[in-house]
Write a protein that binds this ligand. Structure first.
Ligand code: SAM
Length: 469
């Protein structure tokens, strides 16, 4: 494909993304399948253009006088992102072959217009109504938070599955496969891969054998805050595709023997009361899950997808579909030691991975989510036994889905004591640096916010409670 034809293709993919609800990645994949003549370099170039436009969409719409169509956004990107001159952009718009039509008079004049100072939300690259929420949460730091959320390419985080491997083993295995994993700073089970060049994680032996899962470090942190131990009864109330179910299951494994580790590795064994130093050079052999883990969701298809993941990871969980109003949990009321509510949300904490979602969100969506969240957490809380722990979490950056939702829960549930994050960090799944950093981010309270700017993770929120005895 010529450079001009790639631009025309990117514009048409952008139009398809705007017209539907599908993730940009899926639309790009479908485009590649339908256009077999496009080689791998073409597909990379088209995807690259599409993502660059999506990350800067607010600024590009503004520059193109409010136009939101793919063609206008691509033209704007050539000027504002690539810094091309009008002549260079015109040379890419000759209308020949599969390239885009020549520029119109209006398009030329937009490209040569002097730009006034950009409004804050345009400069920061966020939808306007989201900016107000960010300002009230982050104060002066709001624009930095927004930029970190929208601009960079997120790395790929892996969680090592303690039921099958040690971090050191997987690290060595990935290096032998030509990758350069780095340990994640806060989660003791995380390894981080650069997004460039994109690693094919699913093709790795370590993935196929269940030694690793793809899971953002922020999501791992949510799992560790639950403080799960072998023998507990644990509920993952909004299990979705099971990312956190697997992280919870891993903590329920029971150590049943010792195996050798590399001599330089500080070896630990898991005991029902926590991790203890192992005899030199030995670590726990983990062979079974101890306790009961129940994963609920309203969507059966999502639960079905968890099955092969559990199998691969060598861990177990019961999977149950909930009725639309939370029916189907009667046997679990008052039974659980831990309930995790990974509530449905706008997903705004993952916009660095799915920037298209930012431009689909409406204030009505946020209101709807908030209503759902408060209803869901109230239902899920009923499953706890006295003294049990509730973790409410979202992957949203918005106050409306986080502080506001849990404030409503707290008001209606005086029998739930807030648990300081510093207390919940007291387990071996966090690194020493993680315990320090996350306690700092929680500023002494029971609520924690993670973001690309402050923690290098996707945006997450967590609040931790204990049900009164
Ligand atoms: C944020 S996702 C969960 C992601 C998942 N925990 C993970 O880590 O992969 C939220 C889930 O809540 C589910 N959900 C929506 N409404 C619900 C309800 N009323 N009760 C329980 N779950 C619900 C959705 O189907 C969705 O799978």
């Amino acid at each position: 494909m010529t450079p001009a034809a790639r631009l025309a293709a990117a514009a048409s993919v952008l139009d398809s993304i705007a017209q539907g609800r599908q993730p940009a990645e899926a639309v790009l994949k479908a485009w590649g399948t339908e256009n077999r003549y496009a080689g791998s370099k073409d597909r990379r170039a088209v995807a690259d253009r599409v993502y660059r436009v999506l990350r800067a969409r607010g600024r590009l719409v503004w520059a193109m006088g409010g136009r939101e169509d793919g063609r206008a956004l691509v033209i704007g990107s050539l000027s504002l992102i690539d810094g091309l001159s009008l002549e260079e952009i015109e040379a890419l718009h000759m209308g020949d072959g599969y390239g885009p039509k020549p520029l119109s008079k209006q398009e030329r004049s937009r490209l040569t217009a002097t730009t006034d100072e950009l409004p804050g939300w345009v400069a920061a690259g966020l939808p306007e109504f989201v900016m107000e929420d960010f300002k009230s949460t982050y104060g002066d730091g709001w624009a930095e938070e927004a930029k970190a959320l929208m601009v960079p390419r997120a790395p790929i985080d892996l969680r090592v599955n303690a039921a099958k491997a040690t971090v050191a083993d997987v690290e060595a295995e990935l290096r032998a496969a030509g990758l350069e994993p780095q340990r994640t700073p806060w989660s003791a089970w995380g390894l981080r891969l650069s997004a460039e060049p994109p690693p094919n994680v699913q093709a790795l032996e370590a993935f196929k054998a269940g030694r690793i899962e793809i899971q953002d470090e922020g999501s791992q942190i949510i799992c560790w805050l639950a403080g799960v131990e072998p023998g507990m009864t644990v509920v993952d109330y909004c299990a979705g595709g099971g990312g956190k179910t697997l992280g919870l299951a891993m903590q329920m494994r029971a150590a049943t023997g010792l195996q050798p580790t590399a001599p330089e590795e500080p070896a630990k064994v898991w005991t029902p009361t926590g991790w203890v130093e192992a005899p030199k050079g030995k670590a726990a052999t983990v062979v079974r899950t101890d306790g009961k883990l129940v994963a609920y969701d309203v969507v059966q298809k999502r639960l079905d997808n968890i099955k092969p993941r559990l199998q691969r990871a060598g861990v177990a969980a019961e999977l149950h579909q909930l009725g639309p109003n939370g029916g189907g949990v009667e046997d679990m009321v008052g039974q659980a030691d831990v309930v995790l509510v990974d509530a449905p949300c706008t997903g705004s904490g993952t916009w660095r991975r799915r920037p298209e979602d930012a431009w689909r969100l409406t204030p009505e969506d946020v209101d709807r989510m908030q209503g759902l969240q408060t209803a869901i957490v109230a239902r899920a809380a009923k499953l706890l036994k006295p003294g049990g722990r509730l973790v409410y979490a979202t992957c949203s950056m918005l106050t409306a889905e986080n502080e506001v939702s849990v404030a409503a829960f707290e008001e209606d549930h005086p029998g739930f004591r807030p648990v300081a994050i510093a207390e919940a960090l007291n387990n071996a799944n966090f690194t020493e640096a993680g315990r320090e950093k996350l306690a700092e981010l929680a500023t002494g309270g029971h609520r924690l916010r993670l973001s690309p700017a402050t923690a290098g993770t996707d945006g997450f929120f967590a609040a931790v409670y204990e049900k009164a005895q």
